[in-house]
Design a protein around this ligand. Structure first.
Ligand SMILES: NC(=O)c1ccc[n+]([C@@H]2O[C@H](COP(=O)([O-])OP(=O)(O)OC[C@H]3O[C@@H](n4cnc5c(N)ncnc54)[C@H](OP(=O)(O)O)[C@@H]3O)[C@@H](O)[C@H]2O)c1
Length: 272
């Protein structure tokens, strides 16, 4: 059954061909929103479009790479062409990486920033004038890895920290336009099969499935994103570990670092 919570609201979700973006798209469609899907994988976009149509939802998609400025602009323009307005932009598309900083091919940093930072920037700059008109929301999907730097994740952590600075700047700039700016620090979440990450040399590798305990479900994360938008909250930090990190980092950064050094050693020992 389609609810009325987001009736007449147009929601653009980058990176909604799979994972958190796809689940958020389905959740918002069930609540009455018209959804613009995005990703680069046409086959997967068609599958998500069908799932939303099957439940009676309103949906369209635009297959493009948001790290390209022109394509990101076309995505926003296409949303306006199809639905006539834009109420909510969820900057969800993202890529992760792994590898010790000193061993990284610098192109890994570029690849991560191209999607996580420039993809969000490219889309948001074109979307904000439309969101001002609807007094809607622009939401950034960051990570608990964006609260403080973590080992083997320097490019990912710094890209997700950049989203925080961007969101904080926009909030002040837009204080008189009454738009909502949301920032979600997502914790470790279940992943779809064949989710990839960028290895230290730049190669894409498939992640191993995650044990079900200690991870949030895609549905839990989607529901927190929807709640952030509904309540027009600024920060939403997910998982107990994420909230503990957000609390301790500003007041006891040395303690957090000691804990991380110890747990990093344990992880290294287990991997050997
Ligand atoms: N899963 C976690 O544990 C976790 C934790 C913290 C934060 N997050 C954040 O949550 C977001 C979603 O994560 P996820 O686990 O759902 O990832 P995922 O399953 O790998 O999905 C990523 C999505 O981004 C899209 N994408 C990647 N590059 C793109 C580009 N250049 N242009 C357009 N779309 C692009 C992918 O679509 P195509 O392949 O079709 O292009 C896909 O739909 C990311 O920002 C991630 O950093 C995830």
């Amino acid at each position: 059954m389609i609810l009325k919570t987001f009736k007449d609201k147009v929601v653009l979700i980058t990176g909604s061909s799979r994972g958190i973006g796809k689940t958020t798209a389905l959740t918002m469609a069930k609540k009455g929103a018209s959804i613009m899907l995005n990703g680069r994988n046409l086959k997967k976009l068609l599958e998500v479009e069908k799932s939303i149509k099957d439940i009676g939802g309103k949906v369209s998609f635009f297959c493009c790479d948001i790290s390209d400025q022109n394509q990101a602009k076309e995505l926003v323009d296409y949303t306006i062409k199809i639905f006539g307005k834009l109420d909510v932009l969820i900057n969800n598309a993202g890529v992760s990486m792994r590898g010790n900083f000193s061993e990284l091919n610098p192109e890994v940093f570029r690849a991560v920033f191209d999607v996580n930072v420039f993809g969000s920037v490219n889309t948001s700059i074109h979307a904000i004038p439309h969101i001002r008109k609807s007094k809607g929301s622009v939401v950034f999907v960051s990570s608990v890895a964006g609260i403080r730097g973590l080992p083997n994740n320097s490019a990912y952590c710094s890209s997700k920290m950049a989203l925080r600075a961007i969101a904080e700047s926009i909030r002040i700039e837009e204080v008189n336009s009454n738009i909502h700016v949301g920032l979600i620090f997502v914790g470790i979440t279940e992943i779809e099969k064949e989710k990839t990450t960028i290895d230290k040399d730049g190669a894409l590798i498939i992640l191993r499935d995650r044990a079900k305990r200690n991870v949030q479900t895609l549905a839990q994360v989607a529901s927190s994103i929807v709640n952030n938008i509904k309540k027009r909250k600024f920060r939403t930090t997910l998982t107990g570990l994420g909230r503990l990190n957000a609390f301790l980092q500003p007041i006891l950064p040395d303690l957090v670092e000691r804990i991380l050094i110890r747990s990093n050693k344990k992880i290294e020992e287990k991997c050997l």
